[in-house]
Ligand binder design. Structure first.
Ligand code: SF4
Length: 469
């Protein structure tokens, strides 16, 4: 019998998580780890490894083929859907302290697509080799150029078999035309709700009346299209983070059942006003406290609020093929199918890459809508977007579930060859996957209540929590 290589990581001084390259994992004590490391596995150890798919007798047998199938499904990215972010304008009517894109003032000239750029963008979309697409409008404030959104939507509905639009809006100003645009079932809204009134005001505008207007608009939009078509995200300023209970209550108050907790992103404008966001050393502790408060509250109220990112990480652990979230994929090679088209027609591999160009740190444009994609640059960026050969990741049991973010490394450290374990991306994901594993193996009924609801299960079956003898 041959055992596939196993990587391991201590959850605490009694328990170790082990996983193979296909993402099959289990929990063991130090006795098992020593026997595995010294090649002293007992017959029952071997039987366990064979039963759980970590070993095979010969190439091509069922266990071997099963492993290869799981491994390749973990690495298959892309199901023929394109995900394109469009920036029709960089202008914005707000000036939030954590803005990551260096927005342009409302009256500024030269920060919107002109007619020629619009036509080139439509031509770029037309040339994508897909029939399904998600188009996200960002800015600036995209609704300042509703006419451009309408033109793209009309074209995309004709061109693609399946299409979905997400408008990332501050919802500060609404009018009848915007509300009419939202009525279409294929239009979703993504907006920021940073918590209770005073926290939202402090983060965004320092103007209570503006917050009042936003909250009124949010209520109006929810009334029109329902909370299911709106995702709201809190951006947490670690200098003065909101109390978890207050933040969750603010979301519940609007009928939301999910939130996506994010720290201030060390990009664009936010770099000046939030210099400490570069490391955010306290983020992991805050995140853990938040999840504990969320789980306790769900059990207490019987209602289920989801924290999107942890739920997504759990799904990635439990099943191959969960690669719809572009921030956590492996490999995550830049292509035209996942691109950002800026206000000036430049094309970037990600929104973060666009921001690095805005602050003039490095130009990561991979082409433009006039000349098309620059294949040389795409090839240059590709190796940084796969974690299988990273000297740290190859020893990490979370590698099959994790991703890469060389653009974030570049932003924070000025280089992409930072040892992974020292990077913010890695430290954040080690903490999240540790937490996910602790929760999966928890015997606490409150934890089981939340996790099973997030995963759409009645209860957590034992098969999701294998333990070595
Ligand atoms: S980035 Fe960190 S957490 Fe992710 S696979 Fe690599 S070592 Fe593990």
């Amino acid at each position: 019998m041959q055992v596939w290589p196993l990587r391991f990581r201590d959850l605490d001084d009694r328990r170790t998580i082990l996983a193979d390259d296909s993402g099959a994992y289990f929990l063991a004590d130090s006795g098992f780890v020593k026997r595995y490391a010294r090649d002293l596995l007992t017959p029952s150890d071997k039987e366990f490894l064979r039963d759980k798919g970590h070993a095979f007798e010969g190439e091509g047998d069922l266990a071997h083929t099963g492993f290869l199938t799981r491994w390749s499904r973990r690495h298959h990215v892309g199901d023929g859907t394109a995900y394109v972010i469009l920036i029709p304008t960089l202008r914005c009517d707000l000036k939030c302290s954590y803005c990551q894109v260096s927005r342009a003032p409302l009256a500024a000239q030269g920060f919107d697509w002109d007619e020629e750029t619009l036509q080139k963008v439509l031509g770029f979309l037309d040339g994508l080799p897909v029939e399904e697409i998600q188009i996200e409008f960002q800015g600036g404030e995209p609704f300042l150029r509703l006419d451009l959104l309408q033109a793209v939507a009309a074209f995309a509905r004709r061109r693609f078999r399946s299409v979905r639009f997400v408008v990332c809006s501050n919802l500060q100003s609404l009018n009848e035309d915007i509300l009419a645009f939202l009525e279409s079932g294929d239009v979703l809204i993504s907006t920021s709700l940073d918590g209770p009134h005073q926290v939202h005001t402090r983060n965004r505008t320092a103007d209570s009346a503006l917050t009042e207007a936003f909250l009124g608009n949010l209520e109006r939009v929810i009334g029109l299209i329902g909370p299911g078509r709106i995702s709201a995200l809190p951006t947490i300023d670690m200098k003065d983070p909101p109390e978890p209970e207050e933040l969750i209550a603010a979301y519940e108050g609007f009928g939301f059942a999910s939130l996506y907790l994010r720290p201030v992103n060390y990009q664009g404008f936010a770099r000046k006003s939030h210099p400490t966001a570069r490391t955010s050393a306290t983020w992991n502790a805050y995140y853990r406290d938040f999840i504990e408060a969320l789980i306790a509250r769900n059990a207490r109220t019987g209602r289920v609020m989801e924290e999107f990112y942890l739920a997504h990480c759990l799904r990635r652990i439990l099943a191959p093929g969960m690669e719809s979230h572009t921030d956590l994929r492996n490999p995550n090679i830049p292509t035209g199918k996942n691109a950002v088209i800026d206000f000036d027609g430049q094309i970037y591999p990600s929104d973060e890459a666009r921001m690095l160009a805005r602050v003039r740190q490095v130009d990561l444009a991979i082409g433009n809508v006039v000349d098309g994609l620059d294949q040389e640059k795409l090839a240059l960026l590709a190796p940084g977007h796969i974690n299988n050969f990273d000297p740290d990741c190859i020893h990490c049991p979370y590698q099959p579930f994790c991703g890469t973010d060389p653009i974030d490394d570049l932003s924070r450290s000025g280089r992409i060859d930072v040892p992974s374990r020292e990077s913010w991306f890695c430290q954040r994901h080690l903490a999240i996957f540790d937490l996910a594993m602790e929760l999966l193996y928890s015997a606490d009924p409150e934890v089981e209540f939340t996790l099973s609801r997030w995963l759409g299960l009645e209860s957590l079956p034992q098969s999701l929590r294998p333990v070595a003898p």
